[in-house]
Design a protein around this ligand. Structure first.
Ligand SMILES: NC(=O)c1ccc[n+]([C@@H]2O[C@H](COP(=O)([O-])OP(=O)(O)OC[C@H]3O[C@@H](n4cnc5c(N)ncnc54)[C@H](O)[C@@H]3O)[C@@H](O)[C@H]2O)c1
Length: 414
């Protein structure tokens, strides 16, 4: 099949490379540097599997039919499927996702190709696909939620937890196209996944073709659950810290219950990253006129947590003359190069608003300043000048500076 992908970020690039194993894939981006890097076999993002795929393509060890382009004619002409994987940032003025890049990509696809099945992979508001199909009088638009984790983007597509496609139940051609796309994704997965046993006893990758609105809801409810889980253990930690109790002992005791288990239970400065903060807010917006308590609480809990962390940091510099708060890494997770919406930035803002000096150590940042705060690339200088070092996640870099460190990373993992 001929497949086009709009957007070569975490989602677009991993889906494009997955499908390029068995299909002809053209991936379009609007950033020339990204396109050039990709055509030279270099990944614009840090991702082990993406780098390995691009290296193997360059050396001829892997036959991947993959081309990056800036040209919509080259990308979209004759495509059977066109995947849209462009950003949907949360617009805090409108209290809703900004879907303009999705609509720009769909417009560009349709100018060239009226027949392609469009599969939106960007995360969108609940009800958006149905609304768009009606507004554009375009029956060839489907939605597929993406569940990858940054840093493991292609890995998670090679080993998917499930494949979900949304198509209107009453449109048999759309349902058929959805099944075809599910199989394209499944065929790109690691062959070992075909024989896997799932918890419910089923075999292979679970595949779901559901209504488009249900598929959109699956994505936002899944991410909001993950945010709830992080917020829950963070609030447990806030309680334990405030009462002088051992969070570690409580979490261990709670999570030995097989119904609760130990995933996602390591306290942090808040849930963050590109998706969880915006997806929870979008789900809350979708609840307008529907009764709820929990979704607002999940959104609010993250603010309360960051206020608490900022206050704890301030306590640690009481009485210090000209204190300097050292921020160790702007990223959410160890091993990541991405700090979009990281929780530590929310903590930084609160500290800076009180006039306290912040010094940042972030090796992936080339600039000398980050939002008016000095960035140092010298770890020893950073440790020496910081009155307190705040780290969302522990790293061996911090060895030797233990007495200065403030972290809630109790289990030394993400
Ligand atoms: N990053 C994640 O972990 C993740 C996981 C699941 C879902 N999502 C969702 O997928 C979408 C994309 O996320 P991402 O992290 O891959 O974003 P990203 O910012 O890494 O990549 C998006 C790419 O789209 C390009 N782009 C913007 N407008 C375009 C257009 N009109 N045509 C073609 N390309 C265009 C950008 O230049 C960029 O390279 C978002 O809706 C996000 O919520 C992201």
């Amino acid at each position: 099949m001929k497949i086009a992908v709009a957007g070569t970020g975490y989602v677009g690039l991993s889906v494009a490379l997955l499908l390029a194993q068995h299909n002809s894939v053209h991936a379009l981006d609007i950033i020339p540097e990204k396109v050039e890097m990709l055509n030279n076999g270099k990944s614009p993002i840090v991702d082990k599997e993406i780098t390995a795929f691009l290296d193997a393509k360059q050396s001829g060890d892997k036959a991947l039919d993959f081309t990056a382009t800036l040209d919509s004619h080259e990308a979209y002409t004759d495509a059977d499927f066109a995947v849209v994987a462009t950003p949907t940032n949360y617009d805090s003025q409108k209290n809703y996702f900004d879907t303009s890049s999705v609509e720009a990509a769909i417009g560009a696809i349709r100018e060239v190709n009226p027949d392609a099945w469009i599969v939106i992979k960007s995360t969108i508001p609940v009800g958006y696909t149905e609304h768009l199909r009606a507004r554009l009088s375009d029956q060839r638009i489907l939605f597929s939620p993406e569940f990858l984790r940054e840093g493991h983007a292609l890995y998670d597509n090679l080993h998917p937890s499930r494949i979900v496609l949304g198509a209107p139940n009453d449109d048999s051609r759309a349902v058929e196209a959805a099944h075809t796309f599910v199989e394209l994704l499944a065929n790109g997965a690691d062959p070992a996944e075909r024989g896997r046993r799932n918890e419910d006893g089923s075999e292979g990758i679970p595949r779901l073709v559901v209504g488009t609105t249900e598929a959109e809801a699956i994505k936002l409810f899944a991410n909001t659950y993950l945010a709830l889980r992080v917020a829950y253990f963070n609030e447990l930690d806030t309680y334990a810290e405030s009462r002088g109790l051992s969070t570690r002992e409580i979490v261990n005791g709670v999570c030995l219950d097989p119904r609760i288990r130990s995933d996602y239970n390591n306290p942090s400065f808040g849930y963050g990253g590109y998706c969880l903060p915006k997806d929870t807010k979008q789900l809350l917006a979708n609840y307008s006129e529907v009764p709820q308590n929990l979704i607002s609480a999940i959104v609010d809990a993250n603010r309360t947590r960051k206020d608490f962390i900022a206050a704890e940091i301030e306590d640690r510099i009481q009485g210090v003359e000209n204190p300097v708060v050292g921020v160790y890494r702007l990223t959410m997770k160890s091993g990541s190069d991405n700090f979009r919406q990281s929780a530590i930035q929310g903590v930084m803002k609160r500290i800076k608003a009180r006039g306290i000096t912040v010094l940042v150590y972030e090796p992936t940042l080339k600039d000398a300043e980050f939002f008016g705060s000095e960035v140092t690339h010298d770890l020893e200088d950073f440790k020496r000048r910081s009155s307190v070092i705040v780290a969302n996640r522990w790293n061996a870099d911090l060895d030797g500076a233990e007495e200065k460190i403030y972290t809630r990373d109790l289990f030394k993992r993400d």
